[in-house]
Write a protein that binds this ligand. Sequence first.
Ligand code: GS8
Length: 219
Amino acid sequence: MADEFVLMHFFPSPFGMRVKVALAEKGIEYEHKDQNPFDKSPLLLEMNPVHKKIPVLIHNGKPICESLIIVQYIDEVFKDRSPLLPSDPYQRAHARFWADFIDKKVHPTGRRLWAGKGEDQESGKKELLEGLKLMEEELGGKPYFNGESFGFVDLSFVPFNSWFYTYENVGKFSMEVEFPKLVAWGKRCMEKESVSKSLADPQMVYDFAMGHRKNLGLE
Ligand code: GS8
């Protein structure tokens, strides 16, 4: 029997977008199940009883949770096609370090910016800009974080390309002015079909974020 993959995802989620890009990079067919994380279905609670979060990848009925763990699982199961992590252990550790940095420093500060207010929002913006500056320095003059080819760090960070428009609008800064290398990198990644077909439209992400601010009573 052929392998069966089901992805539980919510369109603006950068974490779910990572899994979409990884599946596309490997050319894996899957069933997409929309899952609003604010209205958790019995299936989500069954598949991710610990965190109760999306994304969840269900492979032949068995759930895998946490986006970076899912992406590494996909890379291990399909190691013969488009490797995502480098083969050298030091390079692998380096790639994992930056993916972890994105989750610890970029995503949470970005969230404080778009879904916060007052001092928390201001410090969120400041720390987000610091995080993006470090990402820009890490990219340096390379076409991809991995070097010449698209890899694990690119895949982990590229969903935020759909969020940059929201960050700029809420934070009143220009990505192009502050982080020209990241903007050029984002455009380069979008030339890949695996990325362009997997990422959410920035305007839709912005509309979602503004709607969410209203729901949180911030507007
Ligand atoms: C984060 C998933 C997450 O926050 C990962 O997969 O990498 N570390 C995890 N998912 C959110 C939606 S995207 O912001 C979610 O499901 N939230 C529901 C909740 O917090 O209850």
